[in-house]
Design a binder for this molecule. Structure first.
Ligand code: NDP
Length: 796
């Protein structure tokens, strides 16, 4: 006879399946095939479309068929979105808020249906769709109904973009739809969305809800299809923005395809997120968190905590706890309310997981799996732990996107952070420690867009989500996410025209407007004047074609040296805003002492009148003051998600920014482009106007005397084409701000795709640098920062 304790130990869960007949009835009604949702109506589109089958990953059953939208269908959807845009954008925020509110209510009223449908289509446990995915979908529409309501007062300088193309993956099908559609339509845009081919069904049901909510025709369009359909949306000329979530590989393709199109772009891509456990952590809590971090949603999560980094002293204990926990894991029918893990979305994905694990094992990893039952039918994969791995092991480097955890140890906080940052990605990180100071120190050092402390996988519509580095750019959720769907009104003028470069005539003079000794300027790198690598200089013409001087003729090597110097000056990012402000004021002070000299130089090389030249110098001094002012005022936010968390949205410097300046207002634009970046703690490599480089080289003498640490501002003169290419392709440059012609902008956007830099260009348009509304301020500061959301739970 067993005693009660033994009975509890040996007790099995009985099956607790969720009812699905009502969803299957709906699927039966659609047995002829689902249709696209275009201009408020379901339409089958034209002939010749490929048919796609949607299968239940848990048993391979065909659930539905639909067709892949081709050119005609995508065109119809974009044209519907384009026609609907003006009226929708003009609607008051309150009117739009009511529509979003109606959608939120409908999601709640249909929550059970949507949960079951999602589980059938994707294979994730009903526990997760019911308790996480669908409630968060409703929350997203509620929250963004609020932003619609507040738009006119909170974002009065901004306007919506137009028709937006949105492409989403299969891991959180309806949740990703909500993350995309809710902010877009709340702020007055219209959308064409393509769900993933494996998981289109909840999007199609959502289309029915849009009809029920009487969303005006054309505001939401949903077309089904595979990658080719996505590509048609990306390339469509009438699309104003692409919002994409998916693999880094496709993100890179989209970056290249949208280059030069003027389309705004946000990319939420892959990750290889660290899960750090310090020895003082509550180890049971940490292991529960870890289970959630990597085995939630079968590990098919972009922010999955897939790399365990555990302090050596507790590593054995933690491993034992993980193994014990996994040995009672239940894998099976996703509709069973008592399973821990469901099915992998498709055999293609399971094969990918299998092959990466096999490769990781071949490279020396020890693979461990619990001895638990795995269903023989359906697409299942067991929870897997790979230990004894080196940082170069493929399982540590690559996003596996499955229930696979790698485990490594560390001895010090620095080592933990170094290992955490030893990745191309930067989406999320989890830190577990009872010492809040230590946890916050690690959080500030980890390069990731989201950091969870003593919690994991916190998501909320009020909090920003998105990555650093190859995890993409842009944020979804929170106030920071709102800007992805807006643009500053009248930010751009007409075409940006390069200043004409007249033939140089006459004798070379000294290069000094007042006459005197020759002063051929050098490059300014690492706080020092350096001769150009190949020892060449180039002449610069004054406005009338007379000889104004010579500057260094830089090449690739000079740019590389400048990037190296900027990279090394990391300490600048850690200085206080107050310290940075003082240095900016000091630069302004020293600059003002030489105001007359700069005005003369401006007159000499651009031919402007004396009063205009003086005005530009004064505006430049004022701009430096403005960024001195902002340096300690562009704060982050504290978000309040519904759970017991406070979420700190911290503005962090991006890193090394390449800054390429235009010819227009050459002194003011030069100052306006590097000062905001420097104010926020970035280091810059500035390529000044090719036509008027002497202003920048005159300026470095001011930098030299203003306590600017070496490497914070680097200036390389020369021909833009060669310099910009090296900057855009350089892996240590994390963002590029480029003002130039349309062709140059296209080139920079394409060339920066390799390491997925954040690129900010003028798309060949001019800007009024003298207007503080468009030439200064928050728009610049936003581009100068990454927002890191740090989640901190409170209470015991
Ligand atoms: P993809 O990046 O291929 O798919 C994401 C979305 O983009 C889908 O809707 C897809 O269509 C569409 N798409 C594919 N190619 C193009 C293209 N050239 N232009 C426009 N849209 C395109 O991811 P996969 O589904 O193929 O998954 C592969 C790997 O990507 C996974 O193993 C995982 O590592 C990673 N991934 C990361 C995600 C994340 O959230 N970070 C999400 C999903 C995957 P369709 O699926 O219909 O073909």
């Amino acid at each position: 006879m067993s005693n009660t304790a033994e009975i509890f130990e040996s007790m099995e869960y009985g099956p607790a399946p969720e009812e699905s007949a009502f969803v299957r009835d709906w699927l039966k009604e659609k047995s002829d095939g689902f249709q696209h949702y275009i201009n408020g109506a379901f339409t089958s589109g034209g002939d010749g479309q490929k048919t796609i089958e949607s299968r239940n990953p848990a048993d391979g059953e065909i659930l539905a068929r639909f067709s892949a939208a081709g050119e005609a269908e995508v065109d119809a959807a974009v044209s519907a979105a384009k026609s609907a845009f003006p009226k929708w954008a003009k609607l008051s925020g309150h009117e739009r808020a009511k529509y979003l509110y109606a959608l939120a209510r409908l999601v709640q009223k249909n929550a059970r249906f949507l949960s079951v449908l999602e589980t059938l289509d994707n294979g994730k446990p009903i526990r997760e769709t019911r308790d996480i995915d669908i409630p968060l979908v409703a929350r997203h529409f509620y929250h963004h109904a609020g932003w619609a309501q507040l738009q006119e007062t909170e974002f009065s300088d901004y306007e919506p973009l137009g028709p937006v193309g949105q492409i989403i993956p299969w891991n959180f099908p309806l949740l990703m739809l909500a993350w995309k559609i809710a902010p877009a339509i709340a702020l007055g845009n219209t959308v064409v969305l393509k769900p993933a081919e494996y998981t289109s069904l909840t999007a199609l049901y959502f289309a029915e809800l849009c009809k029920e909510a009487k969303i005006p025709s054309g505001v939401v369009n949903i077309v089904t299809g595979a990658g080719e359909t996505g590509e048609l949306i990306v390339k469509h000329p009438d699309i104003a923005k692409i919002a994409f979530t998916g693999s880094t590989e496709v993100g890179r393709i989209i970056r290249r395809q949208t280059a030069g199109s003027g389309k705004k772009l946000s990319l939420e891509l892959g990750g290889k997120s660290p899960f750090i456990i310090f020895e003082d952590a509550d180890l049971d809590g940490a292991v529960e968190g870890l289970v959630d971090a990597i085995w939630f949603n079968q590990g098919e999560v972009c922010c999955a905590g897939s790399r365990l980094l555990v302090e050596e002293s507790v590593a054995d204990k933690v491993t034992e706890k993980i193994k014990r926990r996994l040995s009672s894991f239940r894998i099976g029918d996703p509709l069973d309310k008592a399973v821990d893990m469901g099915a992998i979305v498709d055999p293609v994905q399971r094969d990918r997981i299998q092959s990466l694990v096999a490769q990781g094992e071949k490279e020396g990893g020890d693979v461990w799996r619990p001895d638990i039952e795995i269903p023989q039918v359906g697409c299942f994969y067991p929870p897997t732990l790979i230990s004894n791995v080196s940082p170069s092991n493929v399982a540590v480097r690559e996003e596996i996107f499955g229930p696979v955890l790698t485990s490594m140890t560390f001895r010090t906080l620095k080592e933990a952070v170094d290992l955490a940052n030893n990745t191309r990605y930067g989406l999320a990180a989890t830190i577990w420690s009872e010492n809040i100071n230590r946890a916050l120190e690690a959080a500030s050092a980890v390069k990731a867009g989201v950091v969870w402390i003593n919690t994991t996988n916190g998501f909320d519509a009020a909090c920003g989500f998105g990555g650093y580095r190859e995890s993409g750019f842009g944020r979804e959720g929170g106030r920071e996410g709102v800007f992805e769907y807006l643009k500053l009104q009248k930010e751009w003028g007409g075409e940006e025209k390069p200043a004409p470069a007249p033939e140089i005539s006459g004798e070379p003079d000294t290069g000094d407007p007042d006459g005197g000794l020759d002063q051929t300027p050098k490059q300014f790198i690492g706080g020092k004047q350096k001769r150009p690598d190949w020892g060449r200089t180039m002449p610069v013409a004054a406005h009338n074609g007379s000889y104004a001087g010579r500057v260094s003729y830089g090449n690739r090597k000079d740019i590389r040296d400048a990037v190296e110097a900027a990279f090394k000056a990391q300490g600048w990012g850690a200085t206080t805003g107050h310290a940075r402000a003082q240095i900016l004021y000091f630069i302004a002070e020293n600059f003002s002492k030489r105001a007359d000299e700069f005005a003369k130089r401006l007159q000499q090389i651009t031919g402007v009148s004396k009063s205009k030249a003086r005005k530009e110098v004064q505006a430049s001094i004022s701009r430096l003051f403005a960024y001195g002012a902002w340096a300690d005022k562009y704060d982050g936010l504290a978000h309040s998600p519904p759970q017991r968390n406070v979420v700190l949205a911290m503005n962090e410097p991006v890193g090394v920014i390449g800054v390429v300046c235009p010819d227009a207002s050459p002194l003011l634009s030069f100052v306006s482009m590097w000062a905001p970046a420097v104010a926020m703690g970035n280091r810059v490599v500035v390529v000044p106007s090719e036509r008027y480089p002497l202003l920048a080289t005159d300026f470095y003498q001011i930098l030299e005397t203003s306590d600017v640490p070496g490497g914070v501002v680097n200036i390389v003169t020369g021909e833009h084409a060669a310099l910009v290419k090296t900057l855009a392709e350089h892996d240590q440059v994390e963002a590029i701000w480029h003002h130039g012609s349309a062709e140059e902008c296209q080139f920079v956007e394409k060339a920066s795709a390799d390491n997925l830099k954040r690129v900010w260009t003028n798309n060949g348009r001019s800007r009024d640098w003298s207007d503080a509304r468009t030439g200064e301020g928050r728009e610049f500061l936003r581009h100068a920062c990454e927002v890191k959301n740090i989640w901190l739970p409170y209470g015991d």
